[in-house]
Design a protein around this ligand. Structure first.
Ligand code: ADP
Ligand code: ASP
Ligand code: MG
Length: 408
């Protein structure tokens, strides 16, 4: 088989762990498989690099941030290739550019445009194990880019698609995808399989076990994707097409996202074109707006609230300063201590009363809901960040997702 194995930050967090990964890769190779490895930076390294830049300014140049952040993965590819060579397995480290990953030029959240897998395939042909830096690529203009936080998952999937791998295994610090974050709710249940559609919702709503774009990409290119543990044996969680059994389960997972911030513009003149102006300006700065709420207008003035990724908060603040003046709004507020809690399930399509139950459960704990958004297969509520764990735990229980439940 041709297998892509991706190892996350915790899995390569020390020299000892890198050696453990080398041994696992060597074992897969010795069993007669061809292996391509994708690695993240050592755990905590990307955060450390971000904070170094932020000690200088809150709004560093994004092109320069990519040069900085991509350095984390350069370290681990080199160390892992050295460790593999040391075990007698020829390996070669490749940066994103060397692995043929071409992206657009939206720095810090670039999208992959194409992957030229030739060099990787050439290495395999010579019996060499390619060790590829996750999370990075190169723009048409030859600048280093990064793919957004958690982006090594996407690198692995994109490489797997390009070289037509039989399997893409995401090795991490949990042994699969659970009904909710097992580090928060000990009763969380591991799923043996999950549909791409549900996984995409879970991932985009904060279940960081897989980066959402990697799931999207895997579904699009038919990559067989699995989440497995680096530290213990097991079959993990396989992503599959949706089947009838899955629809029987109304809610299959609970997620939280603490990486959002809420912006409220107060006293906005209620006339055509204002929302287009505000959100057009934000979109031009490549900031992704998630939820939007506009209040009923009183005396031709209204309030607009929306959420943006917390990592874009400084950029958003700059834009808000000028746009509130431009549109003649009274003022704006930024609130960072919020969380978005969501329930997900393909079975929701055919069930009513799920939203009402979610609101009742949150109300029962005295948790105030600031914003709501729904789709066919998810319901999200923005709440005060301090209630995140309580909300996740209570929802997980109320929708009977614990071990005893025989859902999927
Ligand atoms: P890596 O560094 O290997 O990429 P991440 O930290 O990005 O690992 O993702 C793994 C983490 O995702 C787990 O440690 C867990 O806390 C978190 N997580 C959140 N939601 C889920 C879920 N539904 N199932 C499994 N893990 C989850
Ligand atoms: N090192 C990057 C991050 O921490 C990419 C990744 O780990 O997937 O976001
Ligand atoms: Mg990750």
């Amino acid at each position: 088989m041709l297998i892509v194995q991706k190892y996350g930050g915790t899995s390569v967090g020390s020299i000892e762990r890198i050696q453990n990964v080398a041994a696992k890769v060597a074992k897969t190779r010795s069993e007669g498989n061809d292996v391509v490895v994708v690695v993240s930076a050592m755990s905590g390294e990307t955060d450390r690099l971000v904070s170094l830049a932020h000690q200088i300014t809150g709004t560093p140049s994004e092109r320069e941030m990519d040069v900085l952040l991509s350095s984390g993965e350069r370290v681990t590819i080199a160390l892992l290739a050295i460790a593999l060579n040391n075990l007698g397995y020829p390996a070669r480290a490749f940066t994103g550019r060397q692995a043929g990953i071409v992206t657009n030029s939206v720095h810090t959240k670039a999208r992959i445009e194409r992957v030229n897998g030739e060099r990787v395939l050439e290495a395999l042909k010579h019996g060499v194990i390619p060790v590829i830096a996750g999370f990075q690529g190169i723009s048409e203009g030859a600048d280093v880019t990064t793919l957004g936080r958690g982006g090594s998952d996407l690198t692995a999937v994109a490489i797997a698609a390009a070289i037509k791998a039989d399997l893409c295994d995401i090795y991490t610090d949990v042994d699969g995808v659970y009904t909710t974050d097992p580090n928060i709710v000990s009763e969380a249940r591991k799923l043996d399989k999950i549909s791409y559609e549900e996984m995409l919702e879970l991932a985009s709503l904060g279940a960081k076990v897989l980066q959402s774009r990697s799931v999207e990409y895997a579904a699009k290119y038919g990559v067989k994707l699995r989440v497995v543990s680096t530290f213990k044996d097991g079959s993990g969680t396989l992503l599959t097409e949706e089947d009838k059994d899955m629809e029987k389960v109304v809610v299959s997972g609970v997620t939280y996202d603490r990486n959002q911030a809420k912006v409220t513009i107060v006293g906005v003149p209620d006339k055509p074109g204002i929302a287009a102006k505000i959100f057009g300006t934000i979109a031009n700065a490549n900031i992704v707006v998630d939820m939007i709420i506009q209040n009923v207008s009183q005396e031709s003035l209204t309030d607009i609230s929306f959420t943006v990724p917390r990592s874009d908060i400084n950029k958003t603040n700059e834009i808000m300063k000028s746009i509130t003046k431009e549109i003649g709004a009274k003022e704006y507020e930024l609130k960072e201590d919020i969380a978005k809690v969501s329930i997900v399930g393909v079975g929701m399509k055919s069930h009513s009363g799920v939203a009402a139950k979610m609101f009742t459960v949150l109300a029962g704990e005295g948790i105030n809901i600031m914003m709501i958004s729904t789709s066919e297969i998810k319901i999200s509520c923005v709440i005060d960040a301090k209630y995140t764990e309580l909300a996740v735990r209570t929802l997980h229980k109320a929708f009977e997702l614990e071990n005893s439940h025989k859902g999927t």
